[in-house]
Design a protein around this ligand. Structure first.
Ligand code: SF4
Ligand code: MG
Length: 326
């Protein structure tokens, strides 16, 4: 598989009055061409900050990328000028968010916003841009696209607005689509439709997708490859089937056990004990130690490193050997 994007040892920190938040702490990841890579974890684990770091959208201050590389098609995005990054953003790499209402401008029509996105990156006449806008709205399954183009965002339902966001993100045929909780705000039926749409677009356009979610149901439907994040670090990585069949990290097992399933009683649903540790008061050794039912003495003192257990399956946990961990 050919790599499209590789993140190496990324560190994104926030400097607050209460102290330093290591939102992304030495994270390495890769996305292959034509694949969907899911980052999964609870809110605040650093998933969105990882995505925003790729597009250099970290607000500075208080945030700062303190180290690492983000190599996209051979170029380190962290070394590019602001202007060079702008030409990649929305063009080679697009992003969609959870709540389309915050990314769509309420005072412009849908058409105006898509046409603007087209004209920003493509050398097309206004007439050709309008035609392209209608074409892409049809592509994402919007009925009566030539009328909807004149509608304002508030005139559309949440599901329709998310389709418009996907249309805007896809209009320049990006090589990578970053989708941050794209279906979380939608009801289940619409969620399924949007996921279907993303899958179809991926097949038709060969766009790679980085999908950020806390929802393992979404992961199971969409992912080729999964990275599990906890407190700013990757704790496990594997192909989707391997991870669901053979989770190694106790946090991953906990997430899987707490996933609602049709044949399990809600009352019997497992919940991982305790809470995500505060960023200002991280445990000395393994960050999952205070919540881990399998913790050993070594876990309190030493942070486990990510290492490969089988082909393509990585875990950071002392249960799988700790000698070479510091
Ligand atoms: Fe649990 Fe120890 Fe593994 Fe951390 S390193 S997840 S505390 S067993
Ligand atoms: Mg988030």
């Amino acid at each position: 598989m050919e790599k499209l994007l590789e993140i190496k040892n990324l560190k994104t920190y926030f400097y607050t009055d209460e102290g330093i938040v290591k939102a992304v702490d030495d994270v390495s990841l890769k996305i292959n061409k034509g694949e969907t890579m899911c980052i999964v974890g609870e809110s605040g684990c650093g998933k969105s900050i990882t995505a925003m770091s790729i597009l250099r959208l970290i607000p500075n201050p208080p945030g700062r990328i303190e180290g690492g590389e983000i190599v996209f098609e051979g170029r380190d995005l962290l070394k590019l000028s602001e202007e060079e990054v702008r030409s990649i953003r929305g063009n080679e790499i697009s992003m969609i968010f959870q709540e389309p209402m915050t990314s769509l401008n309420p005072v412009f029509t849908i058409g105006n916003q898509i046409i603007e996105a087209i004209m920003l990156h493509q050398n097309l006449s206004k007439k050709a841009a309008v035609e392209k806008a209608v074409e892409v709205l049809k592509l994402v399954g919007i009925p009566r696209a030539d009328e909807i183009i004149n509608a304002y965002p508030h005139e559309l339902s949440g599901g329709m607005r998310q389709r418009v966001m996907i249309a805007m993100a896809m209009v320049c045929n990006p090589k990578l689509l970053i989708a941050d909780e794209p279906t979380t705000a939608l009801d289940v039926t619409i969620q399924a439709q949007i996921l279907d749409l993303m899958r179809k677009l991926k097949e038709d356009t060969k766009t790679s997708i980085m999908l950020i979610t806390h929802d393992l149901g979404v992961v199971a439907e969409m992912a080729d490859y999964i990275s599990v994040m906890y407190s700013g670090k990757i704790v496990e990585e594997a192909k989707v089937l391997e991870l669901f069949k053979n989770p190694l990290h106790p946090y991953t097992s906990g997430l899987l056990a707490s996933k609602p399933q049709i044949h399990i009683d809600k009352e019997k649903l497992y919940a991982i004990p305790g809470q995500v540790p505060s960023s200002f008061d991280l445990p000395k050794g393994c960050y999952f130690y205070p919540r881990c039912e399998r913790a050993m003495d070594i876990c309190e003192q030493c942070a486990p490193k990510l290492k490969q257990i089988h082909d393509g399956h990585y875990v950071a946990c002392h249960l799988y050997g700790g000698e070479e961990n510091e």
